[in-house]
Design a protein. Structure first.
Lengths: 559, 273
């Protein structure tokens, strides 16, 4: 051992001696101190009186200790799969989850998926029986692919069970009820309502100079600022009138209309199909010639190349070429909505999501926007007589019950995001309770009324949502915003999305071929012919009889 | 071993198996032999996507190689700040492709994007970058080249720095110009590295998906739809699992054949030079 090491060893020994001695001294001293401390003895009379008082005095027994009642789902955790927020989801106001948690004692874990991933992962999980979520939030156009997997719990008995949280099913708008059912059963609980609504700049339509110039150009009066355009012809003319020049602030030319038809799903949804239905859907109870647009409900023969369909395609392409811009092919629907509230667009077709955006910090259109149901068609092609007919249908805004010689077909597209329970869930009761709560009257209205910065993306889907006072209190200024959506779902001649297996593949054919027509690669007639051929191939591949069965079920026809 | 089987062998075997079935939503899986491959042979949209993919790969690689070589030659010098410059140069390839796609979606926005703003300042008109064909295709090529040229630079620079200097010095002493040295000495020695970078980038470029998905979604119509994007749509939007699997294997086959031909052609030219 070196001298240095020896010195270190010595110093460590010394250290231990000091520390050990100190600790020992403290222990001994403490013990001695404890033993030696004087005992404080209470005076005898104090102790006696205290004891007497305690034993002989009137003592009120403390109330028996009771535990608060156990919360219904104490200790239960549900995993909720939903879209990344805030738009289109109910994630925009996360404190809502906590309200349910506080009430029930349950816990909600949210698994968020991006839009392109959500339905693929859901279908894959349901098909393989590997869904790990207790509640899934998804979109009804996928019903044919999702509900058909057998992976979703049937909710009929949950909805009607009086011992469960009330569903208030009578309060759900009829079109929304239909969107949550399939093959005669309910597989989902509604949590949102989406329908195509027309947004128009009523200040522009009210401008005297614009009115005079419009009449000069088109030979008829500008549509009223109280209603906006009521036919697609008028819509196209108004869009053409306001397209390509600066009618507002900002010093740059603006657009008649943009629908954001450049990205996934948008050409069919807010572009072409709103045009299609008024030209092809005869009003009346659904049968071979009425109430249908896509296929013959007796043979599954595709109808997409019929004269009414071709006319709709021509009108849609005209609106693009005269009233819009190529730019529309490169943006998404959300981009278009943002541009609308920034004051760059005169007319828009969109779900209720634009409403709250009108009050956002970037909006320049607060109070300037009118709302109405979609325009209709002056004539509809009748498959039975093979001729064009004029029909009368309801145009309930602003006069309830009013009819016009126009075929109005409100397009209740998407149907709002819904909640379903995978059969693999081990906590179905809690999952349903959450779905019924967040889709219930109170929570859903609260979500409808949220605006920036926590816009939830939830749009009206219950009758109770259509009362104006809460909206007014939340800052909305136009009752027609709410009524247009509600009346679309309540309209006797409305149209829903097709919901048979492969719906998105059918709709993709519309996106592709209408995209070619819009860029001028093919004519609208050829586009509809291509769609007809593709749809026919898809139907044959999936089996005509099976698809016919699903289609008739979706229409509410006997199978 | 089990882990390896689980994450690589089993998925591959499963994909091969379902490629021979008619499995899709609403249709139970059923063995159909080569029917999917026969259908693919007549699928004009699939072959259009293959054509688009080849265009993107060829154009993109040409830009990446030429630009990458120029930049690598420039960075193969020693001057103040060169290390910092080399580091900055590599930044684009470290960014996630989705981020790049979203950034360029904003930059190339026709109405409010900075690209058109600067064009208008210098007196040029606005360009429909993403909503008109072939502009949309050019935009994708440029964005992809912007992201991956740094990779080419990095590999070529490493190659340049590993080359022996004596042959170049000897050529300089003999009176060769810089261009002659580059053509006759440097590039032939660098050939194996060039081949390697082309192969690596080809394999990656053929799989291009995320930038296209974010930037154009394959539009307008299907004009920028790549083979991988179409295969994704088949599987995960149309839920045609069997057909999508068959398409992916056909794509793999085409890629393999293409690369084999490419290697042989380039090697034979290299050896004859």
């Amino acid at each position: 051992m070196s001298k240095g090491e020896e010195q270190d060893k010595l110093s460590r020994r010394k250290y231990l001696q000091v520390v050990g001695g100190t600790v020992a001294g403290l222990v001994v001293g403490g013990a001695l101190g404890y033993v030696g401390k004087p005992t404080v003895t209470a005076p005898a009379e104090t102790v006696t009186s205290t004891v007497t008082e305690t034993v002989t005095g009137t003592v009120t027994a403390p109330p028996p200790t009771t535990q608060p009642p156990a919360k219904k789902f104490e200790g239960v955790t549900i995993t909720l799969m939903q879209l990344t927020g805030p738009y289109f989801s109910m994630a925009g106001k996360p404190e809502i989850y906590h309200e349910w948690e506080q009430e029930t004692g349950g816990k909600v874990i949210v698994d968020q998926l991006a839009f392109p991933d959500l339905h693929p992962k859901l279908v894959a999980a349901l098909i393989s029986g590997t869904a790990t979520w207790d509640l899934v939030n998804w979109g009804p156009p996928f019903y044919g692919d999702v509900a058909g997997t057998g992976g979703l719990e049937v909710l009929d008995k949950y909805i009607t069970d009086p011992n469960r949280r009330p569903a208030d099913w009578d309060d759900v708008l009829p079109g929304i009820q239909a969107y949550n059912s399939w093959n005669g059963h309910y597989y989902s609980f509604p949590g949102d309502g989406d329908t195509a609504t027309m947004y128009y700049r009523k200040d522009l339509l009210a401008n005297a100079d614009h009115q005079a110039n419009f009449k000069k150009k088109f030979g008829y009066d500008m549509p009223s600022p109280d209603t906006g355009p009521r036919t697609w012809s008028q819509f196209n003319d108004v869009a053409e009138f306001f397209n390509g020049w600066d009618w507002g602030e900002g010093g740059r030319s603006k657009f008649g209309t943009l629908r954001g038809i450049g990205k996934v799903y948008n050409t069919w949804q807010y572009g072409f199909l709103p045009y299609l239905f008024p030209y092809v859907k005869m009003p009346g109870p659904v049968d071979k010639y009425h109430g249908v647009a896509y296929f013959d409900p007796e043979t599954m023969e595709c109808l997409m190349n019929q004269p009414g369909h071709v006319k709709a395609a021509e009108m849609f392409v005209e609106s693009f070429k005269k009233g819009s811009s190529e730019f529309d092919l490169g943006i998404s629907a959300l981009d278009a909505w943002n541009m609308y509230v920034r004051g760059d667009i005169a007319l828009a077709i969109a779900p209720g999501n634009i409403g709250p955006m009108e009050f956002s910090s970037v909006s320049t259109v607060n109070g300037k926007v009118g709302h109405n149901l979609l325009p209709g068609a002056e004539q509809v092609y009748d498959q039975q007589s093979k001729s064009w007919l004029t029909v009368s249908t309801k145009d309930p805004l602003p006069e309830p019950g009013a009819t016009k010689d126009i075929n109005f077909v409100p397009y209740c597209t998407w149907g709002g995001w819904v909640n379903s329970i995978p059969v693999t869930s081990k906590v179905k009761d809690a999952a349903y309770d959450y779905a019924a709560w967040i889709g219930g009257k109170k929570a859903s209205l609260e979500l409808c009324l949220t605006m920036e910065p926590e816009q939830s993306g939830v749009n009206p889907f219950r009758y109770s949502h259509l009362q104006w006072e809460p909206w007014k209190a939340a800052g909305f200024t136009d009752p027609n915003y709410v009524l247009a959506q509600g009346l679309s779902y309540a309209h006797e001649n409305n149209m829903r999305d097709m919901r048979i297996p492969g719906t998105l593949e059918y709709y993709d054919a519309i996106d592709v071929n209408m995209g070619k027509a819009l860029t001028g690669s093919i004519e609208p007639k050829q586009a509809m012919e291509n769609i007809y051929n593709t749809w026919t191939d898809i139907t044959k591949r999936k089996d005509v009889k099976k698809q016919l069965q699903f289609y008739r079920q979706d229409l509410g026809l006997p199978v | 071993m089990i882990y390896l089987l689980a994450i690589s062998v089993f998925p591959l075997a499963f994909s091969v198996a379902i490629a021979f079935t008619s499995w899709e939503s609403g249709v139970a899986p059923e063995f159909v032999g080569l029917a999917n491959f026969v259908t693919l042979s007549g699928d004009s949209r699939f072959w259009g996507a293959i054509e688009t993919t080849f265009l993107l790969v060829l154009a993109g690689l040409s830009i990446e190689l030429c630009l990458g070589l120029m930049i690598a030659l420039f960075l193969n010098k020693e001057f103040r700040g060169i290390k910092l410059l080399r580091g900055i140069m590599l930044t684009p390839m470290m960014l996630p492709a989705v981020t790049i796609g979203m950034t360029f979606t904003m930059l190339l926005n026709y109405y409010r994007g900075p690209a058109n703003y600067f064009l208008s300042i210098v007196g040029l008109g606005s360009v429909q970058w993403l909503s008109r064909y072939p502009n949309a295709l050019y935009s994708i090529i440029l964005v992809n080249a912007w992201q991956w040229t740094p990779f080419t630079v990095a590999v070529l620079l490493a190659g340049l720095q590993s080359l022996p200097v004596e042959p170049q010095e000897a050529a300089r002493v003999d009176g060769a110009s810089s261009l002659q040295i580059l053509r006759k000495v440097t590039l032939p020695m660098l050939f194996p590295v060039i081949l390697a970078v082309l192969l690596l980038r080809s394999i990656d470029a053929f799989k291009l998906f995320d930038v296209v998905f974010v930037l154009t979604g394959g539009g307008p119509a299907t004009s920028t739809e790549t083979a991988t994007l179409y295969t994704y749509l088949l599987g995960w939007t149309f839920f045609r699992f069997g057909y999508a699997s068959a398409a992916s294997f056909v794509l793999l086959f085409i890629l393999s054949i293409t690369l084999l031909i490419f290697i042989r052609v380039v090697r034979s030219r290299g050896s004859s030079a």
